[in-house]
Design a protein around this ligand. Structure first.
Ligand code: MG
Length: 278
């Protein structure tokens, strides 16, 4: 059967403090590296990374990012490393200090949105600064689109040179107080992105109970998928699967039904226009 490659992103940890005491969520650098390695062996070729202090509070310490990045590069050859620039909303340019470590990719939300208990704050000057840092360092962006305006903003930034294309956009659905999981809106996101930026690639990310729904839609409609504990720890501390690797296996198990296969490192890098692994 002819299948097309699908990049699996594993968002292993996230930054919400209340998730840190869950044994399924890796916290220390050693735990993170081990969890990424297992997810990589299961088929993930892109890791979305937040780091934490040992007590679980979110951290933006570049030294922690460096430690995890070194471990990943050693144990998971060629995996695409994406640093989050979110998760520390309100911290200003601290959110980009770790970009000096030159990861393959960095995430960037191109607007603000309500989250379950707060505003995810992305002021225009901070968005521009983060985009400029990444452009200068040739770090590929992943646009985090929490609503339609963020897709338009990303396309505008690509058109005027603030972002180096082609765009890679992640559509996030299912966060309480933000965009719900809605098939017609998801299709309209894709249609709009392709109209504004025809070379763009996309990923579907669903939160909590909707994680698999978005993965299936995205596989069906030619996109890529994201899974991982960042999106899958419920407030009652239950998880959709016991580990990051198990979440990746769950997605891998669905692929054949959509004529997709987990992208190899080589395929994932080519699809995203990244240099081949050293
Ligand atoms: Mg994140």
């Amino acid at each position: 059967m002819n299948t097309t490659p699908c990049i699996i992103t594993c968002a292993i940890t996230g930054s919400l403090p209340q998730k840190a005491d869950n044994p399924a969520v890796p916290v220390t650098p050693a735990e993170q590296i081990e969890s990424i390695h297992a997810a990589f062996e299961a088929g993930a070729t892109l890791v979305h990374l937040h780091v934490r202090q040992d007590d679980g509070r979110p951290s933006s310490d570049p030294e922690r990012f460096a430690e995890v990045q070194d471990g990943i590069r050693k144990h998971c050859p060629g995996i695409i490393i994406q640093f989050s620039t979110g998760g520390r909303s309100g911290a200003g340019r601290e959110r980009g200090a770790h970009l000096a470590l030159n990861p393959d990719m960095g995430s960037l939300a191109t607007g603000s949105v309500n989250f379950p208990t707060r505003v995810y704050d992305n002021a225009p000057d901070l968005v521009d600064w983060l985009a400029a840092e990444m452009r200068e360092r040739r770090i590929k962006l992943e646009i985090e689109a929490f609503d339609l305006s963020m897709i338009f903003q990303a396309a505008k930034m690509e058109a005027d040179g603030r972002i180096q294309g082609p765009l890679h956009v992640q559509f996030v659905m299912g966060i309480r107080n933000a965009m719900p999981v809605d098939r017609r809106v998801f299709e309209f996101y894709i249609e709009t992105l392709k109209r504004l930026s025809p070379q763009a690639t996309f990923t579907g990310a669903g939160i909590g109970r909707d994680a698999l729904t978005l993965a299936r839609w995205s596989m069906e409609l030619g996109g890529h998928v994201r899974t991982g504990m960042e999106d899958n720890v419920r407030l009652d501390k239950t998880t959709l699967a016991p580990s990051n690797a198990a979440l990746v296996q769950q997605v891998v198990g669905e692929m054949a039904a959509f004529k997709r296969h987990p992208a190899s490192v080589t395929e994932a890098r080519a699809l995203l226009g990244l240099p081949a692994a050293a």
